[in-house]
Write a protein that binds this ligand. Structure first.
Ligand code: ACO
Length: 329
């Protein structure tokens, strides 16, 4: 059995937080944010939780496929902003809200690489013959873990969700070709939420709320991101004897326009190949890649059998790339 990428859906909460809005909150400017990141605005959830947004994205993905909801036998939710920190998992809450009792459901934490990690899990379960139809979700309510007095992070992140359905097929032409994944925990401190877990510096989690917000050493992360993403993509293309020119859509994690441009330039990708949503959504971590795929799907740029190259880098540090033909059904 092979794993095929069957369907995509996404959801963005309606409230927009513009660069100008942020200038009223921290010492920053639209010019600085635009020049350094390419971001113009991001969406912020008001009442909706991560699972609410995940359900809306999943419902869209389910509507766009012949696969019935009842056929879903695994749900994997990638998130760093779960509804609840330890338990229950956001995936089980999503399963319940979708009306899918008894389904195996769990979360994974790989920050911005979360969707590619989830894709690799779906592929592995399907190829092993254990599951047939896997719903993978990247959903984030990052605004809940952002410190809106820290200009180094608050200008970057937004909320949203994306979902995809990955199904078993015996047609090799439809199959996800390859997925590379990696991590290096020695850089864990570059991007972290220091408190709230068992590694917390404080004896009582409840006594100390400071430190549950995300912190990032952006400049150091930037350099590693460009280097790792470039070598990772070159590697997956070479291993599969595919030229960059054969990729229909290069869909990198949307963290920063400058990172995307640097990687795209090294690979000699044309503007038409590179998918860019960072200006309107900011960095939505694990949701960014499925939200970008949904964007090209809804604007009818994504056609059946076209090859997508996914590429992500995030906290952990983690990274991953994937060669995925779009095989709707
Ligand atoms: N507005 C105005 N000035 C600012 C702001 C701001 N919002 N933020 C920082 N500055 C200042 C700094 O204080 C610094 O001032 P100084 O020169 O006087 O010291 C100056 O701007 C430059 O700061 P840098 O941090 O060096 O800026 P840089 O060009 O690196 O851009 C950014 C920062 C956008 C965060 C960039 O480093 C980046 O995108 N990093 C990678 C992010 C990433 O890919 N993360 C992984 C995925 S996220 C995840 O996994 C959750």
């Amino acid at each position: 059995m092979y794993a095929a990428f069957r369907s995509i859906g996404a959801y963005v909460p309606p409230k927009v937080l513009s660069n100008n809005d942020l200038t009223k909150m921290v010492d920053t400017s639209d010019e600085w944010i635009t020049k350094r990141t390419g971001i113009k605005e991001r969406h912020i959830a008001e009442d909706e939780t991560t699972s609410d947004m995940g359900v809306k994205a999943a419902t869209k993905a389910l509507k766009r496929t012949a696969i019935d909801k009842s056929e879903i036998d695994l749900i994997v939710c990638a998130t760093i902003s779960p509804d609840y920190f330890c338990m229950p998992s956001t995936a089980t809450i999503i399963a319940d809200k979708l009306g899918l009792p008894n389904v195996m459901a769990f979360d994974i934490s790989a920050a911005c690489t979360g969707f590619i990690y989830a894709l690799s899990i779906a592929k592995a379960y399907i190829e092993a013959g254990i599951k047939k139809n896997v719903l993978i979700i990247g959903a984030e309510r990052l605004s809940k873990i952002i410190d809106y007095s820290d200009r180094a992070t608050c200008i970057l992140f937004g909320d949203g969700a994306g979902a995809a359905i990955i199904s078993a097929t015996d047609n090799k032409k439809e199959a996800i070709l390859d997925i590379h994944t990696g991590s290096d925990g020695s850089y864990a401190e570059l991007l972290m939420t220091p408190n709230g877990g068992s590694g917390s510096a404080h004896d009582s989690i409840r006594a100390e709320s400071a430190g549950v917000f995300m912190q990032m050493r952006g400049n150091e992360t930037f350099k590693i991101a460009v280097k790792t993403l470039t070598s990772d993509v070159k590697d997956i293309l070479a291993k599969n004897s595919i030229k960059a020119s054969e990729i229909s859509h290069f869909i990198p994690h949307q963290a920063n326009y400058r990172i995307i441009k640097a990687v795209g330039d090294v690979l000699e990708m044309t503007e038409e190949q590179v998918v860019l949503t960072v200006a309107k959504y900011g960095n939505t971590s694990s949701a960014s890649i499925p939200m970008a795929i949904n964007d090209i799907y809804e604007s009818k740029k994504l056609q059946p059998n076209e090859m997508m190259l996914l590429d992500a880098f995030g906290g952990g540090l983690t990274w991953g790339s994937a060669l995925v033909p779009f095989s709707p059904k």
